[in-house]
Design a protein around this ligand. Sequence first.
Ligand code: ADP
Length: 623
Amino acid sequence: MSLRRKTTLYICIILVSFVLISIMVIYHESNKILQNEAERYMESQLERVNENVKLLLNNIVLETEKLSYDSKIDSYFSGKSSLEGTGIYLASLMKTMNQTQPLFMDLFLVDLNGIIVSAAMEEAIGVDVSSRAYFQKTIESNIANTSDIILSRADNTQIIITLAPTTNGNDIVIGYTGIAIYATYFSNFLDNFSIKDSSKYIIIDSFDKIVSHPNKKLISSKFDYHGYPKDEFKSIRSIVTDNGSYQVIVRNLHFNDWKVISYLKDSDIYSKSIELSYKFLYIGIVFIVIAIGLGIYAIDVISKPIVKITESINRIIEDEKRFQTNMIQHLPFDYLINSETDNDESMDSTEVSNFRKAILGFKSILEQGAKNFDLEYNQLKIYLDSLYFEIGSINNRNLDFIATLSHDIRTPLTLIKGYARGLESGDITDEAMKKKFESGIVKSSNDIENLVYNVLDFAYEVNLNSSYQMKLYEVDYVIKEIVFELKQLYENKITMEVDDFSVDSNKVLIDLMNIKRVITNLVNNSVKYTNLLDLVRIRISNSDEGIHFEIYDEGIGIKGEELSRIFELFYRTFESKDKKGYGLGLYISNQILINHEAELICNSVYGEYTSMKFFLKYKNICI
Ligand code: ADP
């Protein structure tokens, strides 16, 4: 569908929706207004009906009372005259009354026993009304009373009777006068107020019997309140019956508990708003037709440039897509390499060719960058992993060191405590024993002091230049000192191969005590990790540049991957864990040698041998 058609369609849909929504709103709003209006109308009509019915009933009461004062009747009840002619008199009186409104069915006289003694309607004479409620009420109240709807005992007509007492000069009741009216009269009467098929009125008596109904057949039947409970019915506003739905209002007549019920048909209320909505719909359709015409014209004028712009944009997008597809097809690297020598006519523009090259170059830079990034990322990961592992192992080494140290300090401390307690208790009286305890304390204290100095202080001091006593020594002197000390320590059990240095006048600048410490450390290790002294060999050889030391053993050896680590602080190989140590000896030795501008070199084959070498350079200058 073209854009123009689409736009027209949209505008039409909007206009039609607008008109339909407006119709609905108008219908709804007018309904509300009309319903209120209808309610008010019903209320006022009902008021009128109420008033008129009340007036009618009160009139009958007045007529009855007037009849009770009639002189002819009074003279009969006072016993002044006989009944003769009374019936004819009442009949002529009723005839006259019916001329104004044809509602009277009978005028009659009742004696004090409740027997009708005279009546306009002959059939009524002799009827006993003493059991009727209106008769009872009149006797009790001594005023006129009106009955609910009843059936005449004389001819089964539906009637309503009003009975008034007749009194003598001393206000003593001497008889009763009654007037019966046709119930159907009310229906005719109310027809004047009803609008045919649209509104109607029903009157019900205190026993809910219908007194008046547009359908006279229903008179005297029980009103069913449309299935609602009687009390709730007062507030019911909407009723659905077989003849349609109605708005209903109920009012008390304030006469014998009678009620007037007013009905107004819903369709009549809503017909007006439907009428209004139809009118609006016609106008709306005309409006839509005009609007569509105008819309088409306006769209023609407005949409032209819009359509043009949209088409252009679409074309650009299409071109862009085509260009991208071409790029993808033509841009692969091998093509570009070929294209430098290719004379393809499609590559007629050098700018395009250069642009492609630039993009490819950029692409390869990006690819290279991504590769490098990958590489660096992996390296970093490996480095971090090893760092993580390293931190973990350093931590473990520190813990091992602390555990060993604390054990070594605790042993002499326990001894000191034991000796001290012994002395303190005063139980030891033997002087020799006392001496032994005292020297035990001194020895254990020395052990702790040595431990602290050798292990802790020394590990710290070894890095300080100031703690070295560097002196220039004759090489022969140095060698003799070292050999002497080793022999003292190992009682000639270790094989020593020592060159002759006695003819040499070379000198070395060293801290002799520390160099001796290095050698002792290395020999101790060899002994410790070999167990057999005769598998340890020391070699001190002479060269033009200096002295070569090698301590060699055929012990447990060190694994290749650990060789670079054994000089680290606290580092101990797994295999050496069953031997006591702090992992300090090689660290200290190496630090001492670094301070002598020398270094410790370790060669080992795991399970076969270990060789530790270092070299001290001659310093043949006088200082
Ligand atoms: P330690 O007090 O544990 O001996 P060192 O610093 O002297 O501490 O040595 C560090 C570690 O080097 C030792 O724990 C041991 O694993 C290894 N090592 C040193 N010398 C030898 C050797 N001669 N043979 C085998 N292993 C050795």
